[in-house]
Design a protein around this ligand. Sequence first.
Ligand SMILES: Cc1cc2nc3c(=O)[nH]c(=O)nc-3n(C[C@H](O)[C@H](O)[C@H](O)COP(=O)(O)OP(=O)(O)OC[C@H]3O[C@@H](n4cnc5c(N)ncnc54)[C@H](O)[C@@H]3O)c2cc1C
Length: 390
Amino acid sequence: MRTQVGIVGAGPAGLLLGRMLQNLGIDAVVLESRSRDYVLARIRAGVLEQGTVDTLIAQGIGDRLRRQGMVHENMQIRWAGRRNDFTVEDEKGRRLTTYGQAEIVKDLIERREADNLPLLFSAPAQRIENVETRPRIHFTHEGAERTLDCDFVAGCDGFHGVCRKHIPNADDRTFLKTYPYGWLGILAEAAPHAEIRGFAHSTRGFAVASARSPKIGRLYLQVDRNEDIERWSDEAIWDELDRRFEDGSGHRLNRGRILKKDLAPLRAFVCEAMQHGRIFLAGDAAHIVPPSGAKGLNSAVGDVRVLAEGLRRHFAGTGSDLLDHYAEICLRRIWATVHWSCLLTDTLHIAPNQTGFDLQMQYATLNHWAKTELGRQHFCNAMLGLPYEV
Ligand SMILES: Cc1cc2nc3c(=O)[nH]c(=O)nc-3n(C[C@H](O)[C@H](O)[C@H](O)COP(=O)(O)OP(=O)(O)OC[C@H]3O[C@@H](n4cnc5c(N)ncnc54)[C@H](O)[C@@H]3O)c2cc1C
């Protein structure tokens, strides 16, 4: 097999890149290690920046997003037993939209299949040869060993992928922060409560109440990063969520059948070696943020925009400037996003050895964001996301 761009990974980064390249008339083959069913069932992100929404619509895959996405102009954070409302809309009309990552992935897969473009499931990339000159991806598919020759490789294969390993000395340019806690997440057949949304900072730990649709809720509890989540009964989860969201109003979360329960350990990770020769990393393959800021998928979109435009210029023969500076351009946005996500995480979670002093520092930061003009603007801009350079 031969193509212009070999894309490893059919998560949001790989699939969106495939779509953008298609619209630019550049051939690509997408290889995905997991089965189609597995990829479609994977529940993850859900909060989209305006830039992500606009990008998806501009690429012709925003029909369902426009119809079903839930737009928010404000969000709630509770602390010290009280609810505070924050505006997340700016003068340009930028807002946040809730639309599940699984739905974006479905829209992209169905579109690629309808357009008859190559997307191979259960096709894990094993290794890549000649990353500096003429890359050849070795992968397996339907029990056979196969190869894909390409001009460029886009490593969109997430944190556990193989592409990063093909960048020499990548570990020397990698930064990692591991948090002592994680998020116990549930997906529940419970209509999100209009009066109980957003974040809760409680001395018992952090909690999140978000929506995936008008009938399905996605909620999280801060727990130890090694928590045995099976010891949490459904009732215990709902009771704990209610305790953490307590604000004196008497409102209680709508309860319903828990469809899925998972644990996500929190970490921040940046591999600055995002490119080498003809291989480029995008999305979680190069960086992970703690989910508090809801920035992971949004950051992947930022990378893909730069990469698609860089490849367009290369194949159009109008210069390699963008590809040459791909990592440098992406990293400016990534580090600013990591900074915000970590600040939000530190401010909202209760650390294992947290002191009363630490708690007061958290309240001071939250009060600054809620009650000063400067703080409100900072919070709103950070939640809405940085503008794109490309
Ligand atoms: C609990 C939680 C909540 C989150 N909430 C948000 C949110 O609200 N907003 C937000 O923006 N982000 C959020 N995120 C982060 C977001 O889900 C990720 O940043 C996003 O999935 C990154 O997309 P990606 O395509 O880079 O990587 P992935 O989605 O990880 O996709 C990588 C793909 O590569 C495949 N792959 C791996 N190895 C190989 C191989 N060898 N060969 C072929 N394929 C391979 C994988 O199977 C996978 O399909 C959240 C994450 C978690 C865990």
